[in-house]
Write a protein of this length. Structure first.
Length: 127
């Protein structure tokens, strides 16, 4: 499955990985599944790993995903979001995602290196 996730309910963190050729319907299904997941707390910080994703989403697809995030807000609110994007194209689209979704996250940053994302993410969580 190209979109997978693990929830640490105690820490209220979701680690989502997108791998290979990810299509919009798989991302939309991820949000639908998450909204029904009984392990999902009402607030989550997000570590989004796009380092192994081979497709680049279109702007319209990012807007659709933004709408999906807005729709699941009654079930789950998102706090901080650290995104790992190693290619130029995905990094740029992740920055666009950051702008589109700024009202749904406390803060979002895009990183090229996982260690930097984890350091920022960890420091934000502890604050």
């Amino acid at each position: 499955m190209p979109v997978t996730y693990q929830i640490d309910s105690a820490a209220q963190i979701i680690h989502t990985r997108c791998t290979g050729a990810v299509v919009l319907e798989e991302v939309r299904e991820h949000f639908a599944t998450l909204s029904r997941d009984p392990r999902c707390p009402d607030r989550l910080d997000v570590l989004l790993d796009l380092s192994e994703m081979t497709t680049v989403p279109a702007t319209a697809e990012l807007r659709t995903v933004t709408g999906d995030i807005a729709r699941i807000r009654p079930q789950v609110r998102f706090g901080f979001c650290a995104i790992i994007a190693t290619t130029d194209a995905i990094f740029g689209m992740a920055r666009m995602f950051e702008v589109f979704t700024e009202q749904y996250f406390a803060a979002t940053r895009v990183f090229r290196i996982e260690a930097e994302a984890l350091a920022w993410f960890g420091s934000r969580i502890r604050d």
